[in-house]
Write a protein that binds this ligand. Structure first.
Ligand code: CAA
Length: 693
């Protein structure tokens, strides 16, 4: 019989231990094992109760996600749980570590639940674009009430054992070994003559205002449908008999599993784990990371220093003057106060970081002992070279010299040192202590253990690290620059910035490109345009975007940009001066005008994004399509439920997308030149997913 569920006897108790490392996911073997072991217990002489427990670090982390999308294999999880609940024996779950999704559903199928204090329960299916599919939405409200069940199923949040006990989900919380405590608890239940207590036979929860709750959850979910569907499933638990409620839940689960949102989110789940798992780093030992130097204490430098301090690393921050150093300390102190307020660190940790772990200096010599130095100074090649030349002089042998540049050539920066093998790009996103993405930019000469250290730093700082090759803008900013141009093209062809923002926000982006530009500051792009024109010797040009800046409208910080912020950022009132300026440019350019539907806008923007992404993969700047997907998800506000641009492309179909790209190229052939990789995939009838393994 199955080894995935071990069986042993303690007097009249059969103890079933799930053994499916690393997290006891409910694979077919585990489901079958549970059913078989319950039957074995029932058949054995003298068994009066069954205790289900998990071996290793968790009770059960949920359904086996790797089985999603494969043909169903018997027994299904709902059937297995029904079988457990229907046993004439007393069935008890003893929980430790996590009990998530199907794991919690197994526990809810038992007649009693005990947990250690550190145990956590949750229904994280919404993070996979799903709802619980094995009775979670039917049994949980019977124990905890409709609102508590809605909170858990729509937020996916993990609930600690004590809170779960207060909610009525866990009967007893006891410290110690989960199995031993479980056995003692079952012995007590048996000696007390406790009855079987199937949750499915308990009365349904009280009704609430379902439609209002559904609408509120839908509005909060920014286009994701699973959370609101969970409300409907919980409604069924109240309005229908248990068996019918189960069928309603199952139907919603299957519909969601067939849909694109769950495919996008399951792709994101596996990709965010695979992205920093590079074969060439297997067995490579990273260098030390005890003391980090940061050069420059502006928003970016202070953010990087904060992230490092929060992860327990000693930081020396270098500024040019004492005043600038104090200003940097002020920024870091503010960031840390935010972390303290949000409960990320304790008051004691906060105090230790400020008094011991942070040093602010104006002397390069204070970096002589650092294991890694990250510069976050002005984005200019000659300034970067000065910094690296100086670092090369003062830093100890083996120290890693990193640049936080967002587009400059890291190979060229490395070449000004005598140790190019120790130089790497570490591109953080602002604010660096909040944003999850880290691009690890690897010039050809960088030593492999330096690359491994870049990834080790990302892990320490709780970032999603993506390997990027050297090119203008690396993965993220290079693709951004292309889809931003596509947005500008649409403006010239007849779409308003407001229509574009609205359509893309409906697609799921946190903010449309013009709202983002207002937030970042329109003066940044203006400065770049002026510099590039000066370099090219172009004079007398002033586009509508320049004219906005010439009038002092830099976006949110000046109160006006594409939007007028007098009524607040949320009001999103268009700035009435903008469209007339755009009209002037449209007339001057003579661009043929057309109307854009929301779908046209999304298609045009996404086609540019996918095409550039395919070039980035084809040229080896990103190793795999999933690297691009994770970059856009964690650094650029791409909706997680769409999986990333290349997952989205696979789902909508590459043939049609390539045909669109070719048709857009009628007027701008250079910009819209199809990516060779995309053409190859279409010719071979393949998807981007085939390149992810
Ligand atoms: N199925 C398959 N594999 C899983 C898994 C699952 N449910 N949960 C985790 N794993 C795998 C991970 O992919 C990872 O594999 P690799 O080592 O090969 O990369 C390994 O287990 C360890 O996972 P983590 O690296 O994430 O470890 P962690 O300690 O940081 O986190 C965890 C552990 C909290 C369990 C986290 O993995 C997690 O949140 N897992 C997903 C839980 C989940 O979503 N469960 C619900 C499933 S859906 C469901 O149950 C539907 C239903 O009702 C029928």
């Amino acid at each position: 019989m199955s080894d995935t569920v071990a069986y042993d006897r303690h007097g009249d108790i059969a103890v079933l231990s799930i053994q499916n490392p690393p997290v006891n996911a409910l694979s077919q073997a585990v489901r079958a094992g549970l059913v078989a072991r319950v039957a074995q217990a029932e058949a054995e002489e003298g068994v009066r109760a069954v205790l289900i427990t998990g071996a290793g670090r968790a009770f059960i982390a949920g359904a086996d996600i790797t089985e999603f999308g494969k043909p169903p294999m018997e027994p299904s999880l709902p059937d297995a749980i029904d079988r457990i609940e229907a046993s004439p024996l007393l069935v008890v779950a003893s929980m430790h570590g996590v009990s998530l999704g199907g794991g919690l559903e197994v526990a809810l199928g038992c007649h009693y639940r005990i947990a250690v204090p550190s145990a956590r329960i949750g229904l994280p299916e919404v993070f996979l674009g799903l709802i619980p599919g094995a009775g979670g939405t039917q049994r949980l409200p019977r124990l905890a009430g409709a609102m508590a069940a809605i909170d858990m199923a729509t937020s996916g949040r993990q609930v600690g054992a004590e809170e779960a006990a207060q909610m009525g989900v866990i009967d007893v919380v006891q410290d110690g070994d989960a199995k031993e405590k479980g056995i003692a608890y079952v012995e007590k239940l048996l000696s007390d003559g406790a009855p079987r207590r199937p949750v499915s036979e308990m009365p349904a929860a009280d009704a609430i205002d379902w439609d209002a709750t559904y609408e509120a959850v839908l509005a909060r979910a920014r286009g994701q449908i699973a959370p609101a569907e969970a409300v409907r499933a919980i409604q069924a638990s109240v309005e229908k008999p248990f068996g019918e409620g189960m069928l309603a839940e199952r139907q919603i689960f299957w519909d969601l599993l067939k849909g694109d949102q769950s495919k996008g989110m399951i792709h994101a789940f596996f990709s965010e784990r695979a992205v920093s798992n590079l074969p060439e780093l297997k067995g490579v030992t990273p260098r030390n990371l005890d003391h980090i130097g940061v050069i420059g204490g502006g928003t970016m430098g202070a953010g990087i220093a904060t992230a490092a301090l929060l992860s327990g690393v000693h930081v020396t921050l270098l500024e040019m003057t004492g005043d600038a150093g104090e200003a940097a300390r002020g920024r870091i102190t503010g960031n840390l106060a935010g972390a303290l307020k949000r409960g990320k660190i304790s008051a004691e940790q906060h105090e230790t970081i400020l008094s011991k772990a942070l040093q602010v200096s104006t002397d390069y010599a204070s970096l002589s002992d650092a294991d890694l130095v990250i510069e976050a100074v002005f984005e200019d090649m000659s300034v970067k070279k000065q910094v690296f030349t100086k670092l090369d002089e003062v830093c100890k042998a083996g120290a890693i010299l990193a640049s936080n540049t967002s587009y400059l050539d890291v190979t060229e920066i490395a070449a000004c040192t005598k140790r190019p093998q120790d130089v790497i790009g570490l591109h953080f996103f602002s604010p660096a202590h909040v944003m999850k993405l880290l691009e690890v930019v690897v010039p050809d000469e960088t030593a492999i253990d330096v690359v491994a250290t870049g990834f080790a730093l990302g892990k320490k700082l709780n970032k999603i690290s993506v390997r990027a090759g050297v090119c203008d803008g690396f993965i993220g900013n290079r693709i951004l620059s292309t889809y931003r141009q596509a947005a500008d093209q649409m403006v010239m062809q007849g779409a308003s910035p407001y229509a574009i923002d609205t359509a893309l926000e409906a697609f799921g982006f946190a903010m449309g490109p013009f709202a983002v530009a207002d937030l970042a500051g329109l003066d940044i792009g203006w400065a770049v345009r002026k510099r590039k024109r000066a370099e090219a010797g172009i004079e007398g040009v002033s586009t509508y975007a320049d004219k906005m800046c010439e009038a002092g409208n830099f976006g949110q910080k000046t109160g006006k940009g594409y939007y007028d912020y007098a009524a607040g950022a949320k009001a999103r009132v268009p700035n009435a001066d903008v469209m007339p300026l755009i009209e002037v440019d449209r007339a001057a350019e003579g661009t043929p005008q057309r109307s854009f539907t929301d779908a046209d806008i999304v298609r045009y923007y996404m086609a540019a994004m996918v095409n550039e992404s395919a070039k980035v993969v084809g040229e080896g700047i990103a190793r795999r399509p999933l690297d691009v997907d994770m970059t856009l998800l964690f650094g650029y506000g791409f909706p997680r439920y769409r999986g990333g641009p290349l997952k989205w492309a696979d789902l909508v179909g590459l043939d049609d997308l390539l045909a669109d790209i070719r048709s857009y190229g009628d007027t701008m052939p250079d910009f819209w030149a199809p990516a060779p990789l995309l053409e190859t995939l279409v010719a071979e009838g393949k998807t981007f997913a085939t390149l992810n393994t």
